[in-house]
Design a binder for this molecule. Structure first.
Ligand SMILES: Nc1ncnc2c1ncn2[C@@H]1O[C@H](COP(=O)(O)OP(=O)(O)OP(=O)(O)O)[C@@H](O)[C@H]1O
Ligand SMILES: [Mg+2]
Length: 285
């Protein structure tokens, strides 16, 4: 029996909320955000899974000090099933790790990205939420994993390159993948007002040229405690719960807890489609 099966409650097949964390530019804080939001959700009692889709340069496991036996590279090589990769992180966080340094993993075909999304439909683990950390860029994998999530959080910093890359990503997500609702999280800002200003910059250009609705999710301050936590291979929310960044991540997690639950399948590539169909069926019954 899989160790996580023992935690299985009665509503094991409820459809989890899936949130992709992306940003376009490298190093803006996508993985930091994924890890800390996931831990804040765990600490709020949510059964949470964190999926690392940075298939070439994975670092969720490193940032959490985990040593995975299997990674997604083993799944694609046919050495194990998806469920075999799931490892337990801090406080029961479930982590699906990717591999680092396997170049062929960055050259997967579009249908292989879809195949990975579909593999989650057969993962019989009770979950309330899954956070999907994506790599930098606008590759097919990034686009597919964002499209397959119900919500997309876009991490942006107050730097011209970050705002430009964020705009480019929003453009392809909306134009090519029909993603028309995006939550913007300003990271590494000196204060909350700056976060709002970054959002306003992005909003101004997107509202002129693109058919997409941006919402301001909030801001995470630049915080030395966060850097220290990264050095210690821990989330800042656990290592330094009263640090400014931890308070901000908890606030964002609270907001996420108030979002409406997924209603049913949307008819395109989507994580946990079967559970969404089942949830829709029981809502209609
Ligand atoms: N709010 C913050 N305050 C201070 N430092 C931060 C903050 N957010 C991120 N950092 C620093 O930036 C580094 C890069 O962050 P992270 O790895 O999360 O970025 P990323 O967007 O996932 O990068 P990549 O594109 O390489 O995947 C972290 O190791 C951390 O030191
Ligand atoms: Mg990253």
């Amino acid at each position: 029996m899989h160790p996580l099966e023992s935690q299985r409650p009665a509503n094991a097949n409820a459809a989890p909320r899936v949130i992709a964390v992306t940003g376009g530019k490298g190093g803006v804080g996508k993985t930091t955000t994924s890890i800390n939001l996931a831990m804040a959700l765990v600490n709020a009692g949510q059964r949470t899974m964190l999926l690392d889709t940075d298939l070439g340069l994975a670092n969720v496991d490193v940032m959490l000090g985990l040593s995975p036996r299997f990674t997604l590279a083993d799944v694609f090589a046919g050495r194990c099933e998806l469920r075999d990769t799931v490892i337990e992180g801090p406080r029961g966080l479930m982590v699906v790790p990717a591999a680092s340094g396997k170049r062929h993993m960055t050259e997967l075909l579009p249908q292989q990205h879809v195949g990975l999304v579909n593999a989650f439909s057969h993962l019989d683990i009770p979950l309330d939420v899954m956070i999907v950390d994506t790599p930098a860029g606008i590759s097919d994998g990034v686009l597919t994993f964002c499209q397959a999530a119900q919500d997309v959080i876009l991490v942006v910093c107050d730097e011209p390159a970050s705002v430009t890359d964020a705009y480019a990503l929003i453009k392809v997500l909306s134009r090519d993948r029909g993603v028309n609702r995006i939550q913007v999280l300003a990271n590494q800002v000196p204060n909350v007002n700056e976060g709002r200003a970054v959002f306003d910059k992005l909003e101004r250009v997107t509202s002129r040229f693109l058919d997409v609705t941006l919402s301001y999710l909030g801001a995470i301050p630049r915080d030395e405690w966060l850097r220290l936590a990264v050095q210690r291979q821990e989330s800042v929310v656990d290592a330094f719960p009263t640090a400014p960044a931890s308070l901000a991540f908890r606030d964002i997690a609270r907001k996420i807890g108030q979002w409406q639950a997924p209603q049913g399948p949307r008819g395109h590539v989507e994580f946990f489609t079967e559970r969404l169909v089942a949830a829709q069926g029981s809502a209609c019954a």
